[in-house]
Design a binder for this molecule. Structure first.
Ligand code: 5RP
Length: 226
């Protein structure tokens, strides 16, 4: 499913575009697909703007020309994955701890295309995934207490194959805040970001232009867009 939507999304990129390159396993396939189109000469004069170190590394592997966010005056299209998507196209992101940079890039794109498999679709955000919150290391205990006051069960995200916590690309910590369900994502996004010490959280409200969903029925894969 991920391959199907990533390959379709890669075809949306045209020569000359400035493209926001997303993060996560689906976006990684997308960046590689773009890289193949670039290397074959099918795409010319594209510029990538990375949402993470992961995206930068894959783009470098294929030689895709890259620019920093501060160096571009527009982004034509951003393509990124998501952890949950509701019927209003609101998202939870941050499964890869990249949501702060992802929001910076995705929110500045003229078009923001989200690529997911059908398991990511939910009626109400928060159904299965916590909201990732990027926090200054010196503030994490106080932020966790305040997230509890907002109704969450917070946990400090721990690393795998490294002792201690996950460190974000910006050198900060990630607190995963699990809510029962999120009835008002716009209000919660603001409330969390108002906590001192928080950089940004994984609620992406009214940012996505369209959602490309990969589905499998039997042994047939297909896709739809809304
Ligand atoms: C990273 C993200 C990813 O886009 C999100 O976690 C989806 O990843 P995957 O495509 O691996 O399911 O937000 O911070």
């Amino acid at each position: 499913m991920k391959h199907e939507v990533a390959a379709i999304a890669a075809q949306r990129v045209q020569s000359g575009m400035v493209v926001g390159l997303g993060s996560g396993s689906t976006a990684a396939i997308l960046v590689a697909e773009l890289g193949k189109r670039w290397q074959s000469g099918e795409l010319t004069e594209i510029t990538g703007v990375a949402t993470s170190f992961q995206a930068t590394a894959i783009a470098h592997e294929y030689g895709i020309p890259m620019a920093e966010l501060n160096d571009v005056d527009h982004i034509d299209l951003a393509i990124d994955g998501a952890d949950e998507v509701d019927p209003q196209k609101n998202l939870i992101k941050g499964g890869g701890a990249c949501h702060t940079r992802e929001k910076l890039v995705d929110s500045r794109a003229a078009e923001f295309l989200v690529v997911v498999d059908s398991t990511k679709l939910v009626d109400v955000l928060g159904s299965s995934f916590p909201v990732a919150v990027e926090v200054l290391p010196m503030a994490y205990v106080q932020v966790m207490k305040q997230l509890e006051e907002l109704g969450a069960t917070p946990t400090l995200r721990m690393a795998v194959r490294k002792a201690g916590p996950v460190i974000s690309d910006q050198g900060n910590l990630i607190v995963d805040a699990k809510f029962e369900s999120i009835a008002h994502p716009a209000d919660l996004e603001i409330a969390i970001n108002n906590l001192p010490g928080v950089l940004d959280n994984g609620l992406f409200v009214q940012l996505a232009t369209s959602i490309l969903v990969g589905e499998i029925e039997g042994d047939q894969s297909s896709h739809r867009e809304f």
